[in-house]
Design a protein around this ligand. Structure first.
Ligand SMILES: [Zn+2]
Length: 138
């Protein structure tokens, strides 16, 4: 079943697969959110819960980058965790008057659990950003 054009919801996805036209941000972001290869949108990035493929099954994009490449994904993970925690804190504190003491443990639990759940997407987004910025990989 070929569902590539349906997955991103845009007709530009097929056009962006052309070797002469650089990939746009939207399709790459959508593919990264689906944990798929940012270049072709079909190959799976992960073989297990945390283990990644060495290369895309379809387009052979190098997924297993040099050592330390995916350390940058921590920026996405930490950044999103911080933004959500701060938004929730200030919304509950300023909007509903919930004290910081009452929010401490639930937000602390969130700050531990969310990065674990977002781990795969952070790596996928990091790889997608690299492909988007480095046109030679497209
Ligand atoms: Zn691919």
């Amino acid at each position: 079943m070929d569902n590539r054009s349906q997955d991103d919801g845009s007709s530009a996805d097929n056009a962006s697969a052309s070797p002469t036209e650089p990939l746009r941000f939207g399709p790459i972001f959508a593919r990264s959110c689906r944990l798929r290869c940012p270049r072709c949108g079909e190959g799976k990035l992960f073989t297990g819960l945390v283990s990644m493929n060495d290369a895309c099954e379809r387009c052979r994009l190098n997924i297993a980058r040099e050592s330390g490449f995916y350390l940058g994904s921590i920026y996405f993970n930490y950044g999103l965790t911080s933004v959500i925690a701060l938004a929730v804190f200030f919304t509950l504190f300023l909007g509903y008057g919930i004290s910081p003491d009452a929010q401490l443990w639930p937000l602390a639990a969130f700050c531990v659990i969310f990065p674990l759940l977002f781990f795969r997407h952070a790596r996928s987004l990091w790889l997608g950003m690299d492909v988007w910025l480095d046109k030679s990989q497209q």
